[in-house]
Design a protein around this ligand. Sequence first.
Ligand SMILES: N[C@@H](CCC(=O)N[C@@H](CS)C(=O)NCC(=O)O)C(=O)O
Length: 257
Amino acid sequence: MIELFHNHASTCSQKVRICLAEKKLQYVSRHVNLATFEHLTDAYLQINPNGVVPALRHDGETVIESTVICEYLNEVFPDNPLSPPTALGRAHMRAWLRYIDEVPSMAVRVPTFQNLVLPSYQKLSRQEFESLADSMPVRKQFIMRMGQDGFSSDDYQTSIEQLERSLVRMEKALEGSRWIVGDQYTIADICIAPVLHRMAEMGMAAMWLADLPGVTAWYERIANRASFEEAFYPEARLSHYFPQLKDLEIITGGAGG
Ligand SMILES: N[C@@H](CCC(=O)N[C@@H](CS)C(=O)NCC(=O)O)C(=O)O
């Protein structure tokens, strides 16, 4: 049995849901409510000591880290392969996976938190805020960087630049190939897709629509796969929680904090 501990709208959970859909695997959904900080409860920390979603339980064993989970699923369920057949191809894919985890996946959190999550932290007293941050096994420094006044404009601008550079890197990779690692759709495509989906939801798609035709065509291709619709069901979309999103002007060029 496969159980997925996830949150509908979390990008890291969306990665794993796309992977499960591509693999045509059924799973039991265990929704973790991030708004009530269920991911920081003792019960959840027993499953994922990092206090973040997702986590996968397969036949009683737990696997954490969304990219690792995708690679695990691909290895254990070899049908519909999502990694290249050669060692070199897999090395290229894994280099992309590290980059995606380190750069764009981290960067997209800044506009997300700044524009959508910050107000809920502003309702807390300073003491409540600090003790909440302190209870986060791997996110304390990120939350403290944001504080209750938002990220500094330098910090915000750095994250936008990281997203821009990631898009340019994708554009290069997509010159003459359908997917990020050559002509095979792989876990690298899966892992970056929710970042672009999140950016699109926040009105940031102009960052590629204007002058990155390779990324534009890639996004259309990936969004047309059945797995995309399966992973991004209505509750998985930010507009479900933030109906004001369409009116929100997300800053992509100037100060953010
Ligand atoms: N490297 C981890 C990151 C997981 C992560 O940061 N998950 C976010 C949602 S996308 C989370 O649980 N955030 C909780 C919080 O920010 O308090 C992975 O890829 O699984």
